[in-house]
Design a protein around this ligand. Structure first.
Ligand SMILES: Cc1cc2nc3c(=O)[nH]c(=O)nc-3n(C[C@H](O)[C@H](O)[C@H](O)COP(=O)(O)OP(=O)(O)OC[C@H]3O[C@@H](n4cnc5c(N)ncnc54)[C@H](O)[C@@H]3O)c2cc1C
Length: 403
């Protein structure tokens, strides 16, 4: 593996940094003030995002998440996504590289029919609409997707869907027009063939949005919603791939999505470390800047070392996906999905500590970053489930020597 950035990645990273410094960081205050003025329980779309989307497109920073669209390998995109992670609410969205849309676009690219692509993929690629992915359910342990209970029953030319979902990210935003819903088409089938995925347009009768869940008290602009589906009818042609293909689609979808989260988590960690160093150099306690005091120096050093370790593993995993696909890199994807969010949590936590009271206030991005990084230890599969996969692989590994 070549550790140097390719010429193409260097060019895109340079342009992304220019965009971040000139447009994205200054927009953070505009975004926050606009939302604060309306009340944070309001999920309307801050207009500054549309301005930034135009600007990102003009700068060629659009749909970079997929090699067929943006021309970057996963390894190259890793460095670009990390930069976006410095402003994780704004940068991914305005470059059309945000979750869950990227995973949903990738799903439609892989498994959509020409009609499904025209109806839903094209406006998603243009950033005209948004989408949601509804798998998790309140009543069952959803980290084991075999437990998903929502029923999808064929009735003539239609499917009828009944169930309850929660943590459906993005559903509070009125631009979210299409839901990919996972449920059982064959409750008696083999455990990994019971589930299917189906497209449900937002305005379908019987689809109710019950509430939007806060994360550590924060209401995301796109919202994380609880849904009830009661006798929701969609045409049979809305099924993605075939009946029983739900697990196969979930695996194809979640692999690349997970690594994108990890890249952005490292961007958050880098910004937290930058803030930590700045604060430590300027703040004086007991007669000396914090940066000259032993425990703070150790905190800074540990943070640098842990970020660099995690990045190496993220880059290696991205390289493996490029060479062998998400399936070939599945154990490494599981490993970084544990490591990167945990490193981000630790570094952000230390930065909060170095900031004292300011760290938990709204005056720095640290409190929000902590909420986002901590959440990542649960979303897209909790740590325990990924550790289980890594352990399974390790226990089956052949060794050159034992003793
Ligand atoms: C902010 C946020 C956004 C999300 N967005 C989406 C979304 O858009 N769409 C969607 O479908 N879902 C989404 N989720 C849901 C998320 O993917 C689930 O919460 C996650 O998969 C865990 O499922 P669960 O909550 O049912 O936890 P459970 O399955 O009940 O697990 C709870 C805990 O049990 C423990 N556990 C589970 N299995 C094991 C094991 N094998 N060994 C040891 N311990 C274990 C773990 O500590 C785990 O955290 C989101 C969640 C959050 C918090």
């Amino acid at each position: 593996m070549d550790f140097a950035l390719s010429a193409r990645a260097e060019d895109v990273c340079g342009r992304m940094w220019d965009f971040m410094r000139e447009q994205v960081f200054p927009a953070e205050t505009v975004y926050e003030e606009w939302r604060a003025a309306r009340g944070h329980d309001d999920h309307a779309h801050p207009p500054v995002l549309e301005d930034l989307k135009k600007e990102a497109r003009a700068r060629g920073l659009w749909n970079l998440f997929h090699h067929e669209l943006g021309g970057l390998t996963n390894l190259e995109y890793a460095s670009v996504a990390e930069i976006m992670g410095w402003s994780p609410v704004i940068a991914p969205e305005v470059t059309n590289c945000g979750a869950p849309d990227t995973g949903n676009m990738e799903t439609l690219m892989l498994f959509g029919t020409p009609e499904q692509k025209q109806r839903w993929l094209e406006p998603l690629l243009e950033g005209e609409i948004r989408s949601a992915f509804a798998m998790t359910e309140p009543d069952v342990a959803s980290s084991d997707a075999r437990n998903i209970q929502t029923s999808i029953v064929r009735d003539g030319d239609e499917y009828v869907i009944n169930g309850r979902k929660w943590w459906t990210s993005g559903a509070a935003d009125e631009r979210c027009q299409i839901f990919i819903v996972m449920g059982k088409t064959d409750p008696e089938g083999a455990p990994h063939r019971q589930q299917s995925m189906i497209l449900v347009p937002r305005d379908t009768p019987g689809l109710e949005i019950l509430r939007h869940l806060p994360v550590f008290g924060y209401q995301d602009q796109h919202g994380h919603s609880e849904l009830r589906l009661t006798d929701v009818r969609v045409p049979a042609s809305n099924l993605l791939a075939g009946e029983g293909d739900g697990f196969m689609i979930a695996q194809a979808r979640l692999g690349p999505g997970r690594i994108h989260h990890c890249m952005r988590a490292l961007g958050m960690a880098e910004r937290a470390l930058a803030l930590m160093v700045d604060r430590a150099q300027k703040r004086v306690a007991f007669g000396r800047p914090l940066a000259e005091q032993g425990t703070v120096r150790e905190t800074i050093a540990r943070s640098r070392m842990e970020i660099d370790q995690a990045r190496l593993l993220v880059l290696r995993t991205a390289d493996l996906i490029d060479k062998y696909g998400a399936k070939g890199a599945r154990t490494e994807i599981a490993a970084i999905k544990v490591i990167a969010p945990n490193v981000a949590c630790d570094v952000i936590d230390r930065s909060i500590q170095v900031h004292g009271g300011a760290g938990v206030s709204g005056d720095t991005p640290l409190a929000r970053f902590y909420a986002a990084a901590r959440t990542l230890r649960i979303a897209d599969g909790p740590d325990a489930v990924h550790l289980r996969s890594v352990a399974k692989e390790e226990l089956a590994r052949e060794r050159p020597y034992v003793g």
